[in-house]
Design a binder for this molecule. Structure first.
Ligand code: AMP
Ligand code: MG
Length: 388
């Protein structure tokens, strides 16, 4: 049995970063920028007015100036401004040569083609210099998960197609004679496959492309058939059948199909029977079947693997710390991930930590991480947690 951090290291050794593809800007949000991109222009490309008003060479209280033309957004004034003159100007319009400031319209009185500057002027020049936002050659550095703000910036940089890491294709396989799909009518001894759907949601959120394969039954022939449908997946995830019970076929069948196993058990709760290796061109992870174990392993192992494949680096799931709102007993020999809620008064582990309880997982918004043999902790002590 290896530790969680050793299992992660071995998973990272198996996870290969994927190639790059170009997508249109409208498809780039949430994707991982794969290469640095550079602006081919200055923004703004000319000195631009920040306000509606009058462009002037200088402004003294009570000056009277002649309005010689207009500069609007998209339609510059063809000419320069001299002393004694003003150009009517609007936000985003090019500031004509000669002008050193824009007097806002609230600070002037206009009469026909002349304006008189008021006696209380604001301080600013109200001009955005060329390149004020960014210069030609400015870099948006990879890797980076593109936010809506990034998409706006890329658009402004005139980058219409964005180099991003290909989405990892993940084949999801449930195993078990007892399982039916949501929406089907279960027999008296059957339950609904659930964590497959939770993992599908998690994978989608992470930027992967999950594919739900048919449920494999608890016999070698069925499991082989379903594993034969994996096609070009980058990662194959099986759920259940991963321990050493009579019906736990994943390890022997995968071995028969040539899987090079990297490890099979991890010292953690929940989720001990976790296995991984390479199967053909794909990486394989065998998750435990208990619904909460599968989902916790999804957060602790699958999420970092997907990020590594996306080129976001090889790092464990980010942790935060919080103050305990109620005490915790001493932890045993396995790293423990406790379902918990984080509220204004601190973090509280649920009383019931059975790894079959999806109702508790759904109510939780955090996993408290208890190190191996962590001593009992009092209310008010600080613990690490993973937001979920
Ligand atoms: P196993 O690892 O196959 O022994 O499964 C452990 C427990 O998890 C059993 O109670 C299974 O019924 C349950 N289980 C396995 N796979 C799933 C699944 N995809 N959805 C919900 N429960 C599952
Ligand atoms: Mg099973």
């Amino acid at each position: 049995m290896i530790t969680v951090s050793e299992a992660l290291d071995r998973l990272f050794a198996l996870a290969q970063p994927l190639d790059t593809e170009e997508v249109p800007l409208l498809k780039a949000a949430g994707r991982t920028l794969a290469r640095d991109v550079h602006s081919t222009r200055d923004q703004p490309p000319f000195p631009a007015s920040a306000m509606d008003g009058y462009a002037v060479t200088r402004a003294n209280a009570c000056d009277t100036l002649t309005v010689i033309g207009e500069s609007a957004a998209g339609h510059r004034f063809d000419g320069a401004v001299a002393d004694g003159q003003a150009v009517r100007i609007f936000t985003g319009a090019p500031v004509p040569p000669g002008a050193t400031r824009v007097v806002i319209q609230e600070d002037v009185t206009r009469t026909g083609e002349t304006i008189t500057i008021g006696d209380r002027l604001d301080e600013g020049d109200n001009i955005r210099p060329a390149g004020n936002d960014f210069r030609k050659g400015m870099t948006l550095a990879a890797p980076r998960v593109l936010t809506p703000g990034d998409i706006a910036l890329l658009a402004s940089m005139n980058i219409a197609r964005v180099p991003v890491t290909r989405r990892p294709v993940v084949a999801l396989i449930s195993t078990g004679d007892e399982l039916v799909m949501p929406g089907e009518e279960p027999g008296p001894d059957q339950i609904i496959a659930s964590n497959t759907f939770g993992l599908h949601a998690l994978l989608t959120q992470l930027g992967a492309e999950p594919r739900l394969l048919p449920i494999a039954r608890d016999n070698a022939a069925s499991l082989k058939t379903i594993l034969g449908l994996v096609d070009d997946a980058d990662l194959v995830i099986t759920i259940g059948g991963a321990s050493v019970g009579d019906h736990d076929l994943v390890a022997p069948v995968a071995a028969e199909l040539g899987m090079e196993q990297s490890f099979h058990k991890v010292a953690m709760r929940p989720g001990k029977p976790l296995m991984s290796g390479r199967l053909g061109n794909a990486m394989m992870i065998g998750l435990p079947g208990n619904p909460v174990s599968a989902m916790v392993c999804g957060h602790v192992f699958v999420a970092p693997v997907i990020r590594a494949m996306l080129g976001q680096g090889a790092a464990p799931q980010p942790r935060r710390s919080a103050v305990l709102a109620s005490p915790l007993p001493e932890n045993g020999p396995r790293e423990h991930y406790l379902r918990a809620t984080l509220g204004p008064e601190g973090i509280t582990a649920f009383e019931r930590q059975d790894s079959a309880l999806l109702s508790v997982l759904s109510a939780a918004n955090a996993l408290i991480v208890r190190p191996v043999r962590d001593p009992a902790r009092d209310k008010g002590e600080t613990v690490d947690y993973i937001p979920i």
